[in-house]
Design a protein around this ligand. Structure first.
Ligand code: AGP
Length: 608
């Protein structure tokens, strides 16, 4: 996902723009650039690859100017080259853009037929060319911007600088977030509160269809018809105040080890540890009258939803239908109003999840959102927000967000069980007590298993294919483990239901493909042991993740056995995801990949 920043400042802005872009690196990118206005003239520097390359450019040829815009690009149309890097220029217009202009090719054809000379392979360049042609035709800045926004279609967050309009930045939003920041005699524009946090926490998020003309004295916001609109001005959560790695090598490592703390923050939001009861959190969704629940999400958030589904059905007797959001949004499934829907998203900006939310909202469902960024679009469009208190998650691979999402789901499932009469008070108190133990157990597990996992990861990094197996919620953890490994180490990995082994995957088993089996001593344990014997009988090499009872009950020869404490079944997913995360992390470190910003990936996918 691209990052955008703009500054109308009282000092040279180029270095400030780059610093702000560094706070957006977590989104993933493959080129970057800045443009400034100095004495009414535009100039720019752009570079392929990481921001250090842009800084090198700026050191050798500095940019003057107290007004500027910057961009980190995650390539969609056109290779990640310097020439395709933003800002894009055309006759005194500079544009940076996050999203996709869906009708860019017809606009490009039309402008080319009228003599426009395109110089890049990007969709974004059409915005600069279109604006320039409208200005050339005599339209004012406002008229030209309004006309442009009514011609382009698709998802966009845009920032524009125009020569001669000293001290003005124009921003527009339709999909990917964009916020205006208020300073003292300065004004800012950025993709999110993290980008703006060094300058201000006094911000206004633009809504879809909004655009804004920002000058030194403030901002005027318009809708797509050109009418002035008012938008809330709010204090961004200071959780973004300082985001750094601490004494860790990567954000991902830091975030794995933050889990005990942030799980307890999240649980404390939902449960009263002294009374052993879940707080009255679900008033906006009356679980006693809802006859079924829809859940949609992507990636790791989807796996959190799958485990949530398991819990809602088991502890609350509530039928749940779940799908990945990119499928959910197009299924056109029947959605009677007697249902509720939950959307899970760390960033709160994932395009497919947002589209699924809007689909359910149009059908009259009550909408809940489990999100980590409270001022995000998904949070703002939900009827009720169930926050995860994980703090900023910078590593592209989601870790602490998952365990906080599971903490929220566990509390919600208990609340639903209480509302639907499937859980009596004693059961609720016991479940809450088990949950209250989870952060402490997580802390001790993380400190105990690290050396064994680091050694094992060195072995694992020699393989090109890995299979993860599990049953019940451990099947979901098997898929999450495969996602973690593949997305940061680039080793091919698949998560499979252990019971499905004989229906195909067993053909893959040989000594060249380790099989990671996630099997605490729960009600699926014996069946999973049988699956492991089938693997061992064919020369498969097993990495066994179990608990003390499971280790005592198994005599199987393994490549390695990771033994976790015996925990309540409700808490197992929160604990058994930890070795899965660490295995992926250390393997990626041995592989030498960019752990926090793996190739081709963005932290939040705000385009389809
Ligand atoms: C998980 O490690 C990935 N980074 C990715 O699958 C992510 O979970 C997915 O894109 C959903 O993001 P969201 O939670 O911000 O909606």
């Amino acid at each position: 996902m691209c990052g955008i920043v703009g500054i109308i400042g009282n000092q040279p802005v180029a270095p400030l723009l780059v610093d702000a872009l560094k706070r957006l690196e977590y989104r993933g990118y493959d080129s970057a650039g800045v443009a400034t206005l100095h004495d009414g003239k535009l100039d720019r520097r752009r570079a392929e690859g990481k921001l250090i390359n842009l800084e090198t450019e700026l050191t050798s040829t500095p940019l003057e100017g107290n007004v500027g815009i910057g961009h980190t690009r995650w390539a969609t149309h056109g290779a990640p080259t310097q020439n395709n890097a933003h800002p894009h220029f055309c006759e005194g217009v500079a544009v940076v853009h996050n999203g996709i202009i869906e009708n860019f090719s017809e606009i490009r054809d039309e402008l080319s037929a009228r003599g426009a000379q395109f110089t890049t392979d990007t969709d974004t360049e059409v915005v600069a060319q279109l604006l320039a042609s409208l200005l050339r035709s005599g339209k004012s800045t406002k008229e030209a911007m309004l006309a442009t926004l009514n011609i382009i279609r698709g998802a966009y967050a845009i920032a524009v600088l125009i020569e001669g309009e000293n001290g003005q930045i124009i921003g527009a939003r339709n999909g990917p977030p964009l916020a205006v920041g208020y300073g003292k005699g300065e004004m800012f524009l950025g993709s999110d509160a993290i980008a703006l946090s060094p300058f201000t926490d006094d911000i206004t998020y633009l809504e879809d269809g909004d655009w804004a003309i920002i000058d030194r004295n403030g901002v005027e916001i318009f809708d797509i018809e050109g009418n002035s609109v008012e938008r809330a001005r709010r204090k961004a959560f200071t959780a973004y105040a300082q985001v750094d790695k601490g004494n860790h090598r990567h954000f991902m490592e830091k975030e794995i080890y933050e889990q005990p703390e942030v799980m307890s923050h999240t649980l404390a939001h939902y449960v009263d540890f002294s009374s052993g009861r879940v707080r009255d959190i679900a008033s906006e969704i009356d679980f006693s009258s809802v006859d079924s629940l829809k859940i949609a999400a992507c990636g790791t958030a989807y796996y959190a939803g799958q485990i949530g589904k398991n819990w809602f059905e088991r502890y609350a007797g509530l039928p749940v239908e779940i799908d990945v959001a990119s499928e959910f949004r197009y299924r056109e499934m029947p959605l009677p109003g007697s249902q509720a829907a939950l959307f899970v998203s760390q960033s709160g900006e994932t395009a497919d999840t947002l589209a699924s939310l809007r689909y359910c909202k149009e059908h009259g469902l009550k909408i809940g959102a489990i999100v980590n960024v409270r001022e995000s679009t998904i949070a703002r469009e939900a009827d009720v927000v169930f926050p995860t208190l994980a703090g900023p998650e910078i590593g592209v691979a989601s870790t602490k967000a998952l365990t906080c999402q599971l903490s929220a789901f566990a509390a919600l499932a208990i609340a639903a069980g209480r509302a639907r009469g499937t859980l009596v008070e004693d059961e609720e108190v016991n479940m809450v007590r088990a949950l209250s133990e989870a952060p402490r157990i997580a802390g001790s597990v993380l400190n105990t298993i690290q050396p064994q996992l680091e050694t094992l990861s060195r072995e694992l990094s020699k393989f090109r294919h890995v299979l993860y197996l599990g049953r019940g919620t451990n099947y979901t953890l098997a898929m999450e483990g495969a996602l973690k490994l593949k997305e940061i180490s680039y080793i091919h990995a698949e998560g499979y239901a252990a019971g499905e082994l004989k229906h195909g995957p067993i053909a893959l088993i040989d000594e060249n493909m380790p099989v990671i089996v996630i099997a605490p001593h729960d009600r699926h344990f014996e069946k999973t042991i049988s699956n492991m014997q089938e693997v061992a009988a064919r020369g498969g090499r097993i990495i066994f993740i179990t608990d003390e009872n499971g280790a005592a009950a198994s005599t199987l020869e393994t490549m390695s056995t990771i033994v976790l404490p015996n925990v309540d079944e409700l808490v197992m997913p929160l604990i058994f995801t930890l070795p899965v995360q660490l295995l992926a992390y250390h393997t990626a470190v041995f592989m030498g990949t960019d752990v926090d910003q793996p190739r081709n990936l963005a932290k939040s996918v705000t385009v389809e």
